[in-house]
Every structure is written in C-alpha cells, then in structure tokens.
Design a protein around this ligand. Structure first.
Ligand SMILES: NC(=O)c1ccc[n+]([C@@H]2O[C@H](COP(=O)([O-])OP(=O)(O)OC[C@H]3O[C@@H](n4cnc5c(N)ncnc54)[C@H](O)[C@@H]3O)[C@@H](O)[C@H]2O)c1
Length: 313
C-alpha cells in the first residue's frame, strides 16, 4: 500500500517539486494549500488529492491530517521584506499556523513531521559557514518566525513524542517558481526587458537547486532521525549575487552593462552559506547540481512556461 503523506503549501514552489518527487517514489499524496501564493496550474495532471484550507484554521487541519503517516509542512509567508512591512500577518501564518499543524499532527498520531526552516534568515549575520552548532540570531521577523517554529518543533518532540525534523533550506531556485518575487525572477524579467539588474550591497548566498533540496527532504523523511533534530540542506558554497546575475546574463548572451549596484537593504543578511556535513553523514544528502547547469535548467523551464510568468505570453 502506498504510504499517505500530506504536503502543506504543496501548490507553491518547493511543494510543486516535492510532490512530483513523492509521486515518482510511489507515495499517496495529499496537498493542503489556500492558494494564496501557490498556483493550481502547478498541479495540473498530477494524481493528488487537494484540500483547500488555511493553516490558521486548526480544525480544518485536524480533519485533513486523518490517516496521514507523514506531513511535510511547507506553507508559510517566506518573504523577508514583506515580514518587515507586516510582522503580525507573518507571525499568524508562520508561527500560529505551524502550532496548528503540530497540534493536528499529534491529534492524528502522525508518524513524522518534516518542517521547512531556513538557513540564512535564521542565522542572520552570523559569520559563515553556519552549521547546526551555530547559534540562531535572526534579523528579520521572517527569520524570527522560523526560529519560533523550530522551538515548537523541539517542544512537541519532547512534550508529545511527535517525530519532528527541521530542514533548514539554503536559497532555493529552479522550476515551478514562476510566482516567486526573488532575485532569480526579478533578474530574468529585467534581462528580457533590457532593464537594469539591481544588486543591493554585495550579498553572498547559498543557492541550492530545487531538485537537490526536495531529494534532501525525502531523505529526511525516510532516514531514522532523532525527534526535534535540525539539518542544513545546503551546497556548502557561497555565491555572490553579482556573480549569479552575471551567469544569468551570460546564459541569455547579454553583457554585464545591465548590472547596477545599490546600498544594502535593512533586515537582509549580508553573507550566508551553510555546511551540509551533518546532512551528508546522517541522511546521505549532498547537493549535486552546480550553479551554471542549475540556472540553465531553470531558464529552460521558464522559457517553456512563459504563460505562467509573462503577461500576455
Ligand atoms: N524558496 C526558498 O528559497 C526558501 C528558503 C528557505 C525556506 N523556505 C521555506 O520553504 C517553504 C516553501 O517555500 P516556497 O518557496 O515553496 O514558498 P511558496 O510561497 O512558493 O509556497 C508556499 C505555499 O504555501 C501556501 N500558503 C501560504 N500561506 C498559507 C496558509 N495560511 N494556509 C495554507 N497555505 C498557505 C501558498 O499558497 C503557497 O502555495 C516556506 O516555509 C519557506 O519559508 C523557502
């Protein structure tokens, strides 16, 4: 019998990729999403059950989690900038929503809950490389919300015996991200319109290709991990955003004259990348896709799905 798993936020970027991998591995997949940010079109043709619900609705979660053996909890508001503008909504969705998810998982005796935490926003300006021994020190309400969630995941492991696992994502890029507002999307639009690619400060990030990330998440589910434990899913490498922009320009056969520099923005981490040694030792996870081929595959996907991101395409 196929193992039933539920993915909150399954219509989002990471979710759309994770769901495809889970189906390929023979899982019986349910998606719970309020379609606030994700797209129903990402699920077209997939053999999944869809529950349209909000994670702020605890009762809806208790019903949806019935019979599920595992939950991947991805639903959240993931924008640092938005969280600074509106920390209350970010708290309600990310923290209260996660508390509801945990309570519903306990009520339904779910076997394992895998949580989408963050490496960069959690660690703030801690000198890289960060790892699981680094002390979290978020500098944005979004980072603080993920730290609060991690606290609840540890507490639920100890207080209720829930088998929780925190996966701290690096910066994810790849297919099924047409709706995202991150640096990749902004730069691709700018390149194609011949507009400037703006770099704020000189940030360094750990860019992980989404197929690597979701493989790490399934390894997290399938490995015998300790309840309440945390893993960085990373590439072990820092990439300067200016270099990312230059690679994208080069893939589109444009020169660097479109690149312009501005001062850094408040609340954004200057430099972050993580060591993935613990994930490699315990989960057998190593990121395999390097930046240039990952960007080429992503741009290929965007070109094939212009209708999802280019108005009027
Ligand atoms: N993408 C990244 O680079 C990255 C990095 C670190 C951590 N994360 C975390 O990974 C998770 C997934 O990120 P993503 O990039 O796929 O984001 P996304 O915005 O593409 O997907 C989130 C999904 O959650 C849904 N959602 C939002 N609020 C909801 C609510 N109240 N109830 C039900 N569904 C709701 C949205 O509709 C969307 O489909 C998030 O928790 C995010 O914080 C992402």
């Amino acid at each position: 019998m196929a193992k039933p798993v539920l993915v909150t936020g399954g219509a989002g970027f990471v979710g759309a990729n994770l769901v495809r991998l889970l189906l390929g591995k023979g899982y019986d997949v349910t998606i719970l999403d309020n379609f606030d940010r994700g797209r129903a079109a990402y699920l077209d043709g997939l053999d999944v059950r869809v529950v349209r619900a909000d994670i702020r609705d605890g009762e809806a979660l208790k019903t949806a989690f019935k019979g599920q053996e595992a939950i991947f909890h991805l639903a959240a508001y993931g924008s640092v900038v938005e969280s600074i503008e509106d920390p209350d909504t970010n708290f309600q969705v990310n923290v209260v929503g996660t508390l509801n998810v945990l309570k519903a998982a306990v009520a339904n005796d779910v076997g394992k809950l895998v949580f989408s935490s963050t490496g960069g926003a959690l660690m703030g300006n801690t000198a890289p490389p960060v790892n699981e021994k680094s002390v979290p020190r978020p500098i944005s309400p979004y980072g603080a919300s993920k730290l609060a969630c991690e606290g609840y995941l540890c507490a639920f492991a100890e207080s209720y015996g829930l088998n929780t696992l925190m996966c701290r994502f690096a910066n994810v890029y790849g297919p099924w991200s047409a709706h995202k507002q991150g640096v990749f999307n902004k730069y691709l639009v700018a390149i194609d319109k011949g507009e400037p690619l703006v770099v704020y400060g000189d940030p360094v990030r750990d860019f992980i290709y989404v197929e690597d990330l979701v493989r790490g998440l399934t390894l997290g589910l399938e490995s015998d991990t300790k309840a309440g434990d945390a893993y960085h899913l990373s590439t072990n490498t820092g990439v300067r955003i200016v270099d990312l922009a230059a690679e994208m320009l080069s893939i589109r056969r444009k020169n660097d004259s479109q690149l312009i520099r501005h001062p850094a923005r408040r609340g954004e981490v200057a430099e972050n990348f993580a060591e993935g040694h613990k994930a490699s030792a315990d989960l057998g996870f190593t990121a395999q896709v390097t930046l240039r081929p990952g960007l080429e595959k992503t741009i290929e996907w965007f070109d094939a799905h212009a209708d999802l991101w280019k108005p009027g395409a």
